[in-house]
Design a binder for this molecule. Structure first.
Ligand code: BJW
Length: 228
């Protein structure tokens, strides 16, 4: 597949208007849960049931939310410019694919998938008690964890993302605070490669100065306008 000319990084803000909580906004996920307890390998080792409960709750929420106009606009962009658009999402929800995006990298994993601690195989998450069930690859019992990337773990497909960033003409970051690396460093990689860099955010704050342009407003309004 040819290298994409447009790389779009998305964060929790793109799903906010679908009803999915962001992490660091007031009343975001980290205002209600201790990230050390629920989003680190150490937290999982210490209290796996608590971590499974946290992701089971978020998985259940996913059943009641729908892609919004911003997800749909990015899917239309991909359809209009086949092979030219890559969406790299930090989100573990499935709203991009449900909107129709196909060239998509879930760099922080997916709520809908399980990872076997015994053999490392990924598989679809079957239900809320998957932690007690059998790995479809190695048949180990009770060794499944959510296939998401916690602090201190390596995000997925970074080589592919790095290649895309060095070859793109346009890099846009939508609805992310730029607080978490390596995603927070993508803008510099794209700029160094000569790409135009644009931030779209409800409030363009701290890290906006690292972009060539900023577009402020809710994703459901600014993303369709940016794409059309
Ligand atoms: C709207 C809107 C609307 C609202 N419209 N916009 C010191 C320096 C540098 C790095 C480090 C360091 N210490 C540790 C590190 C590394 C660490 C890190 O970056 N820590 C920082 C806290 C400093 N990173 C890692 O550990 C990563 N791995 C790594 O670096 O590997 C390298 C390595 C590994 C091993 C050995 C050697 C090297 C892994 C990071 C994993 C992050 N995981 C999480 C949880 C995923 C699973 C889950 O969802 O539960 O990912 S944390 C959480 O933050 C989640 C998100 O994807 C991520 C980013 O959050 P995001 O999307 O930006 O959300 P918010 O809430 O922060 O922002 C929302 C934005 O939306 C705001 O700006 C709003 O304004 C906006 N918004 N409504 C438009 N309607």
């Amino acid at each position: 597949m040819p290298k994409p000319k447009i790389v779009i990084l998305t964060g929790a803000g793109i799903s906010a208007e679908s009803g999915v909580a962001t992490f660091r906004d007031p009343n975001g996920v980290w205002a209600n849960f201790d990230l050390e307890e629920v989003a680190t390998p150490q937290g999982f080792a210490c209290n796996p049931a608590k971590v499974q409960d946290f992701y089971n709750m978020r998985r259940r929420q996913m059943g009641s939310v729908e892609p919004n106009a911003a997800h749909q606009a990015l899917a239309r962009l991909e359809q209009a410019l086949p092979d030219e658009v890559l969406v790299v999402t930090q989100n573990i929800d499935d709203l991009h694919e449900r909107a129709g995006s196909r060239r998509l990298i879930h760099m922080h994993g997916e709520l809908g998938r399980a990872l076997c601690l015994a053999c490392g195989a990924g598989s679809p998450w079957m239900d809320d008690i998957a932690a007690q069930s059998k790995c479809p690859a190695c048949e180990a019992m009770g060794r499944l964890r959510p296939d998401v990337v916690w602090f201190g773990e390596m995000p997925y497909r970074m080589e592919e993302v790095g290649d895309a960033l060095t070859g793109c003409d346009l890099f846009a970051a939508i609805g992310t605070s730029g607080s978490v690396y390596p995603a927070a460093g993508f803008v510099e990689e794209a700029r160094a490669a000569g790409a135009l860099t644009i931030e779209l955010n409800l409030k363009c704050a701290g890290w906006a100065s690292r972009f060539d342009e900023q577009i402020e407003g809710p994703a459901t309004q600014v993303v369709p306008a940016f794409v059309e």
